[in-house]
Design a protein around this ligand. Structure first.
Ligand code: GLN
Length: 373
């Protein structure tokens, strides 16, 4: 263990600008964000400070920073990796996963952290494969689905070009490419921003200053202690989520918001099942984020714009399936872009195989940012 890395406070954010500490910069361009919330984890691997790091992914927080920093990042199937020791953000969405320089390191680290843990009741009792054995050359026999809802207005043309180039490279290695539809994708961001804050507002109620964590020093009653602790202890974005979540769960609103969102979540999961089972796709290929890393300060005052940068990563968490970001090139010759691969529950081996072949085609694992310049 080398150390802890920076992140958005309670993993809420897409740029690491909500950190309670300092700014983390993108090693490829120091004026840009590294992504978030696991921005420190991605930046450290990209800058060769460490061989590998861990991140948590509730709505994209491993894959989006991996994409922006040009490293490999995987969100495993919900339940694949124990959440024991992880501070809960949204318990039905959170997963821990690896950020690494290449796909082989990802497989090695995934194998080490996967498996059943009696201390996490949602951790799955499913055997852990030898993940390094899935790094097989060639894509013969595999079908790659391309969901049309992930190539929409607002997708940066350079990102689209690089992602489509990556898909062509997989076709060149023998994969069959098939266009598919995930029709409920458009509702994913709205659904997530009800479910995640609702669960967060409940999880964060334990930060009342009584048992652990920060406690305000100035108060004259128990109620004042609670109020001062939570007012002083939480940052703006965390407070925003607590307020949204508490509102969505309050009497009279629960059915209109939380229950409805849970129903839409089922529809989003069915879309994926349809692509994998009915359409016969082994993996789906899509962008990770609509743009390359944006500039520090660009979205920090506009929460809605910040939330929209998660548009392509959130559906995976709602469905609980595994997905990863693999570098597929540099936009404008200097900003990394990740290609997202998604697979059915516990099909991480298929992800790794496709990722490995993409990596062989791009040769990206040997490219690193110029940190001397
Ligand atoms: N950016 C998303 C959010 O702010 C996802 C964060 C995450 O995956 N931890 O909620």
């Amino acid at each position: 263990m080398l150390g802890k890395l920076n992140m958005d406070e309670f993993a809420m954010g897409s740029s690491t600008e909500n950190s309670a500490f300092m700014k983390t910069r993108n090693p490829w361009d120091l004026d840009r964000i590294p992504g978030g919330s696991s921005g420190g984890s991605a930046a450290a691997v990209a800058a060769r400070i460490c061989v590998a790091s861990l991140g948590s992914d509730t709505g994209g927080s491993i894959r989006q920073p991996a994409s922006h920093c040009g490293v490999v990042g995987m969100k495993p199937t919900y339940g694949r990796v124990s959440r024991f020791g992880l501070v809960a953000f949204a318990s039905s969405l959170d997963q821990i996963g690896p950020l690494t320089r290449d796909v082989r390191d990802c497989a090695i680290l995934l194998e080490a952290i996967s498996g059943h843990d009696p201390r996490d009741s949602t951790s799955a009792d499913v055997p852990v494969p030898r993940y390094t054995e899935s790094l097989v050359k060639g894509m013969k026999g595999l079908t790659v689905g391309v969901p049309s809802e992930y190539f929409i207005e607002g997708l940066d043309p350079e990102v689209e070009k690089l992602v489509r180039g990556g898909i062509e490279a997989l076709a060149g290695q023998g994969a069959e490419i098939r266009e598919v539809s995930l029709p409920h994708t458009q509702y994913a961001v709205a659904t997530y921003y009800i479910i995640a804050p609702a669960e967060a507002s409940s999880n964060l109620s334990r930060y009342d200053g009584v048992k652990y964590g920060f406690r305000a020093s100035d108060y004259s009653s128990l109620m004042e202690m609670y109020q001062a602790t939570r007012t002083e202890g939480f940052g703006d974005e965390v407070k925003r989520r607590i307020m949204i979540g508490t509102y969505c769960l309050s009497a009279g609103y629960y059915d209109a918001f939380y229950r409805k969102a849970s129903q839409v979540r089922t529809l989003i999961t069915r879309d994926f099942k349809n692509a994998f089972i009915e359409e016969g796709c082994d993996v789906l290929a899509a962008p990770v984020a609509p743009t390359p890393a944006f500039r520090i300060g660009d979205k920090v005052d506009d929460p809605l714009q910040m939330y929209l940068s998660d548009i392509f990563t959130i559906p995976v968490n709602l469905a609980g399936i595994p997905a990863m970001s693999v570098p597929c090139g540099l936009a404008g010759g200097r900003l990394p872009v990740g290609l997202q691969l998604m697979a059915d529950h516990f099909q991480e081996e298929k992800l790794l195989r496709a990722a490995y072949n993409l990596e062989l085609a791009t040769g990206f694992a040997n490219i690193s940012p110029d940190l001397e310049g």
